[in-house]
Write a protein that binds this ligand. Structure first.
Ligand code: NAD
Length: 264
């Protein structure tokens, strides 16, 4: 069966995905701060490098799937969110790509977010700074925005940037050219410790409770089931797709914003 690495495997969506993969007979290499095969702190360069090395060691250089899912959200410190959500994911994508290329047909599902379309006024400069590894600009934009709302900006911008990174990479020789399918799932409100951290916060709680979710909030299994499909050969035509699974929040707030044509 397949060998699949998941970051953020100890909790929430990552843990639910892990359980479904293992029930299907796959081998999971979990990466998390604790409670995983690979214990690593993805907020630091050293932790990211050690995570990549440990996964490569455990999978003997061949990986059939990857789910970069470790993440933090408001009200956690904005700079920490930036490090884990963008740089933690990018390091795994980059560092594990050769092992994915060594598989016959690998699939990667990056966990993005509907915060990419539902956070107003995200600064383009910050998204570009992530993609350009311009830490000075990341620091200055986040510091100038100020706590506590800079954590929401860091969250939306880091998720936008990693989503854009995936779309850019997905269509290149290094990815689809090596039979690695790279796609993004963009969940909405899912009942996990990350969301509870926002709910329980005096600033963010009243805001998150106002987000319309026509279906009601999801449980982690609701998103894990989509990730299972996106990892499977049945999803082989998906490449660079961003799959929004958010209970209708985006459809309420951005109803007619897409699909949208373009002008040539
Ligand atoms: P969660 O808190 O249940 O799980 C996140 C995991 O990431 C935890 O196990 C945590 O230990 C790990 N992690 C955090 N910092 C880390 C670090 N420095 N190094 C290694 N691991 C670290 O949250 P979740 O909601 O299951 O989040 C999973 C992903 O889904 C995240 O990327 C999150 O942004 C995304 N997401 C969640 C929601 C939601 O409403 N819950 C919505 C959209 C997207």
């Amino acid at each position: 069966m397949r060998t699949i690495a998941i970051s953020g495997s100890a909790s929430g969506i990552g843990a639910a995905t892990r359980a479904m993969l293992e029930a299907a007979g796959d081998t999971v290499i979990g990466i998390d701060l604790r409670g995983a095969e690979v214990a690593a702190d993805l907020s630091t360069d050293q932790g990211r490098a050690s995570a990549v090395a440990a996964v490569l060691d455990r999978c003997d250089g061949v990986l059939d799937g990857l789910v970069p899912g470790a993440g933090l959200g408001p009200p956690v410190d904005a700079h920490l969110i930036a490090e884990v959500n963008y740089f933690g994911s990018e390091a795994l994508l980059d560092g594990l790509r050769p092992a994915l290329a060594a598989s016959d047909a690998a699939s990667v599902v990056q966990i993005g977010s509907n915060s990419t379309t539902l956070t107003p006024n995200l600064p383009d400069e910050l998204v570009d700074a992530f993609l350009g590894h311009d830490r000075a600009t990341i620091d200055s934009v986040l510091t100038e925005a100020g706590a506590p709302f800079n954590s929401a900006i860091a969250y939306g911008a880091s998720k936008t940037a990693i989503t854009r990174w995936c779309r850019r990479a997905s269509i290149t020789d290094e990815w689809v050219g090596q039979d690695i399918r790279l796609n993004v799932i963009a969940p909405g409100a899912v009942q996990t410790p990350l969301l509870k951290g926002g709910d329980d916060d005096p600033t963010f709680g009243p805001l998150t409770s106002q987000l319309p979710v026509p279906t009601g909030r999801a449980e982690p299994d609701d998103i894990a089931a989509w990730i299972m499909f996106m990892l499977s050969p049945a999803a082989r035509f998906a490449c660079g797709s961003v799959v929004f699974v958010d209970g209708g929040s985006d459809a309420v707030i951005r109803t007619d914003d897409w699909p949208r044509t373009f002008t040539m």
